[in-house]
Each structure stands twice: as C-alpha cells, then as structure tokens.
Design a protein around this ligand. Structure first.
Ligand code: E4P
Length: 224
C-alpha cells in the first residue's frame, strides 16, 4: 500500500520524506491557500522533494476550462497528477484528459456510484473522503469497502486513494479493506509510529542493559 502525505507544507513534507516511507503528496486548493504565495512554484517545489505523484487541483467549473488548467498543471512536473472534482463537467474533462495521457485524480467522491463513473471515465486515482462522510453520520469505511468491491468486480485499473483520514483507525481499516493508497495529514502519519508499550518496553530494555553492562554495544578493543 502506498502512503501519501496530505499537505502543502514544505517542512512537513521534507521531514516525512526522510523516513523513506512517503510515496506521494496530495494537495487541494484549501491546503495550498494556507501555504503558498505562488501555487505553481509551490507545486514544483513539492514535486522536487517527493519525487513521486503530487496531486494538484483545477479550480475551474466548466470542462473546457478544467482541461486548459489541467494542461498547465501537468506541465509543472511529470510528477503532477491533476485533481478534477466529481461533477458532470469534471467527468467529461477526466475522459478527455485520460484519453490524452494526462493522469487524473477524481476528487470529492462520496458515493460508490460516483466512484464507478470516475473509474469508467479513466481516472488514474479516485479520492473517496472517509472523514467527511463520517462527519455527516454515514460510514466512510463502508464507502471504501463498496468501492473496492466494485473495482474488483469489473477489473478497473484506477487506484483507490483513501482521503480525508482523521485518525489511525481510518488508516489501518483502509489497509485491511485493500485500498491502493492512503493519504495522511502529517499529524496522523507521525501518530502511526507510536505505541505506549513500545516506549515503556524500550525504556526497560535500556535500563536493564545499562545497569549490568554500563557500555553501549561496542567491539571489544573499544571498550574501556
Ligand atoms: C484529499 O486529497 C483531500 O486533500 C483531503 O484528504 C481532504 O481531507 P479533509 O476532509 O480533512 O479536509
């Protein structure tokens, strides 16, 4: 399963990439508006750091304008995947762009039917939003499960990118269901490393070792 970072913050991206676990980045207009003065330069900088797929979203409503913006975005870097919203116009644009070899991430997916239409239009990724579905008292993980089942039934090649992740349970349940990618806000990425029993277990091992051996693990000739 691939792990993407869901942020436009350069420092957070650099720090998380140092783990070697980050396969890509997703941005959206809200995230970019918090971080960038020049969105084009900012997307380029992210792509140079992550050296993997970076989703960048169009802000047009009409399909022809979406296509123009998508071409502009895809010229920023070969790593850019163009995010197109799940609307009638968006699906028309997705079909056209995919036909011409431009990778599209259809975003703002909230139902299995929307997912099927986007896959059928040739989307490279689709982004169902788990957290926002939970927010309105529906089951975001059930949505992911249904979409994975539909993908399997028809052998679509589209990758399912679980988005709007709010906590580590969303992460591992998505992995159990079998999504292709999960995109994580940095805070949740770092939470995944943590377990209180790891901390207390490590402390006990170190205390016991230091009590008996005083030294770290060294070659005999280097010991005092
Ligand atoms: C996905 O690509 C979106 O950027 C993101 O996951 C939305 O998450 P939110 O619902 O926490 O804003």
């Amino acid at each position: 399963m691939k792990i993407f970072l869901d942020t436009a913050n350069i420092e957070e991206i650099k720090k998380a990439c140092e783990t070697g676990l980050i396969d890509g980045v997703t941005t959206n207009p809200s995230l970019l508006s918090q971080e960038a003065s020049d969105p084009i330069k900012h997307i380029k900088e992210i792509a140079e750091i992550v050296k993997g797929p970076v989703s960048a979203e169009v802000t047009a409503i009409k399909s022809d304008e979406m296509i123009t913006q998508a071409k502009l975005l895809s010229e920023i870097s070969p790593y850019v995947v163009v995010k197109i919203p799940m609307t009638e116009e968006g699906i028309k644009a997705t079909k056209e762009l995919s036909k011409n070899g431009i990778k599209v991430n259809v975003t703002l997916i909230f139902s299995p039917s929307q997912a099927l239409l986007a896959m059928k239009a040739g989307a490279y990724y689709i982004s169902p939003f788990i957290g926002r579905v939970d927010d309105i008292s529906y089951d975001g993980l059930k949505l992911i499960k249904d979409i994975c089942e539909i993908k399997r039934n028809y052998g679509f090649e589209t990758e399912i990118l679980a988005a709007s992740i709010r906590h580590p349970v969303h992460f591992y349940e998505s992995a159990k269901i079998g999504v292709d990618i999960v995109t994580l806000p940095p805070k949740i990425f770092w939470q995944l490393f943590k377990h209180p029993l790891t901390d207390t277990g490590l402390q006990k091992f170190l205390d016991d070792w230091n009590l008996k051996f005083k030294n770290g693990l060294t070659k005999e000739k280097d010991r005092k």
